[in-house]
Design a protein around this ligand. Structure first.
Ligand SMILES: Cc1cc2nc3c(=O)[nH]c(=O)nc-3n(C[C@H](O)[C@H](O)[C@H](O)COP(=O)(O)OP(=O)(O)OC[C@H]3O[C@@H](n4cnc5c(N)ncnc54)[C@H](O)[C@@H]3O)c2cc1C
Length: 506
């Protein structure tokens, strides 16, 4: 029996585009909020994509580094698939037209925190995501099997006999009198990205609001490790809902974090000082902010070529009236990456038949409790292509029932919070589930999101994350509990191993 409808891919970031391209010749309907891929986190990626391509490097070393970063809380098989598939992923990206940076000897490989070798391929210096997304978007627009509908939001699923039978999309904004349109399909792939926008301080774009995750949870799909959120220590400290990233490569080049009195912030906190693990630095900056002081990154006397080496940082600072060559840069920690998400196997299958997830919305356990820098673009390419190839040729057992008899239910994500309630929720998440978490704050936030949950799906999703954080009493990786029985002050403790061997850039 033929499949029911096209493969519907929701989200047009790196993961969604890779699934769509690899699913050929099966027809794909690609649904995304942006006209194309301009609203994705993928486009913002700076540092690059990890692959053990150097002559002194190996897949085994990449695996070891990924496990060390993840506090060994990772699933072994996805980690092996990721590291073993990296070289092929990089070659495939180049074949799609991604202009990775090269010299006469071949690919230029950068070194980042937590990596024991130089293994970060990049494009346009620190503009890797933009380069990758431009090439993949162009390839998707050319592909005859892909129908790409931008400017739309998926907000409901239809289940028949307990498996996916359709999705509903609406025009973004939803106030155009359009009731939404149902697409019959037995195969839905959520590639809807992360949840950073649920936090007051984040490097993520507004679209990283967890909408796909919320819909899948409403439909009964199993979550995993929702409490594991990575916080970047140095976002630009300005008033904006999405904060520009100040790459860790600047600290690698010698920039120092200073407290309000101009003293080195990381001295005496960790043997690696400013290059301490990402979670350790984030907590120290957080603590300084809680104590009422500003934290600045002093990059004035580095002897670097700003326009050649850090054009993105220079441009965002200048745009906010800060010239990093003459003034220290104000920085803040910010929610950056969600290690948790929808529980999936190595083929992206969730616990709900017919529903798949890939990229940041998914949790195969590949990142464990903390992500190794530059492993997430790689995750999108490796697992996206893997899932697409699987869907091109294979039908799930029981898929026939999607078109047949059985009880049909419609799962709605439901209305979102109004602007004031959303602002309150983001502040609540930042203070209760940010880089430093305590039982009292988590309990208060759980109670408040329980009330707000009646008004909007974002609060119900936040509630699930808070409950997961409360339910893990021990600190692990990026999840830091002040009251885990072995109380340490915010900056102390070994932290996960991420960042311990070199600077970080992603
Ligand atoms: C500033 C920054 C720098 C980074 N640098 C690096 C780096 O150097 N290397 C690295 O490996 N990683 C980096 N990362 C992380 C990496 O970019 C992301 O984890 C990854 O790109 C996520 O890809 P994705 O395809 O899963 O999601 P995204 O790229 O976020 O795409 C998801 C899309 O789905 C859309 N969507 C969501 N819900 C719906 C819905 N209901 N209906 C329709 N559409 C929906 C969203 O609006 C979005 O457009 C960085 C992240 C940031 C924010």
């Amino acid at each position: 029996m033929a499949s029911v409808g096209p493969v519907v891919v929701v989200g047009a970031g790196v993961a969604g585009l890779c699934v769509a391209l690899a699913a050929a010749p099966r027809p794909v309907l690609l649904l995304g909020r942006g006209a194309h891929a301009e609203d994705t986190a993928s486009t913002l990626a700076q540092g690059g994509i990890a692959a053990a391509l150097g002559k002194d490097d190996s897949v085994e070393a990449h695996i070891r580094d990924t496990l060390a970063a993840g506090a060994s809380c990772n699933e072994q098989e996805p980690v092996r698939i990721l590291a073993a598939g990296a070289a092929d992923a990089v070659a495939w990206l180049e074949a799609q037209g991604v202009a990775l940076d090269r010299d006469a000897d071949g690919l230029l490989l950068g070194r980042e925190g937590g990596h024991s070798a130089a293994r970060i391929a990049h494009a346009g210096g620190d503009a890797t995501g933009a380069g990758v997304m431009a090439a993949l978007s162009a390839a998707a627009l050319r592909a005859p099997h892909i129908h790409w509908r931008g400017g739309v939001e998926v907000d409901a699923l239809r289940l028949r006999a307990g498996r996916v039978a359709g999705v509903r999309w609406r025009h973004c904004g939803g106030h155009d009198g359009h009731d939404g349109e149902w697409v019959d399909t037995d195969t839905v792939v959520l590639a809807t990205g992360g949840i950073g926008a649920l936090f007051e301080r984040t490097t993520n774009p507004a679209g990283a609001d967890g909408a796909g995750l919320a819909l899948a949870l409403a439909a009964g799909a199993q979550p995993r490790d929702l409490e594991f959120v990575q916080f970047h220590p140095t976002a630009l400290d300005v008033r904006a809902s999405s904060l520009p990233l100040i790459t860790e490569a600047l600290r690698g080049a010698g920039a120092r974090l200073l407290d309000a009195a101009g003293r080195p912030l990381m001295d005496g906190v960790h043997p690696l000082g400013d290059l301490a693990p990402r979670d350790v630095v984030a907590r120290q900056v957080w603590q300084a902010h809680c104590d009422g002081g500003l934290v600045r990154l002093d990059a004035r006397r580095l002897g670097i070529c700003w326009p050649c080496e850090f054009p993105t940082v220079l441009a965002v600072c200048i745009a906010h009236g800060i010239d990093p060559r003459v003034s220290p840069i104000p920085v803040t920690p910010a929610a950056h990456f969600h290690m948790g998400g929808l529980a999936v196997d190595e083929l992206g299958r969730t616990s709900l038949p017919g529903l798949h997830a890939v990229g940041e919305v998914a949790c195969s356990g590949v990142h464990g409790a903390n992500r190794l820098a530059s492993n997430s673009l790689l995750e999108g390419v490796v697992f996206g292509r893997r899932l697409g190839a699987h869907l091109a040729s294979f039908r799930e057992a029981g898929a026939d029932q999607g078109a047949g008899d059985g009880e049909t239910v419609q799962i709605e994500r439901g209305p979102g919070l109004g602007a004031d309630a959303l602002r309150e929720l983001r502040a609540l998440m930042w203070h209760a589930a940010g880089p430093v978490r305590s039982t009292g704050r988590l309990q208060e936030a759980i109670a408040r999101t329980g009330v707000l949950g009646a008004a909007g799906w974002q609060a119900r999703l936040a509630n699930a994350i808070l409950v997961a954080a409360l339910d893990r009493p021990a600190s692990l990786g990026a999840h830091w509990r002040t009251d885990d029985g072995a109380f340490r002050t915010a900056g102390q403790g070994a932290g996960s191993d991420i960042g311990s061997r070199a600077h970080q850039a992603a």
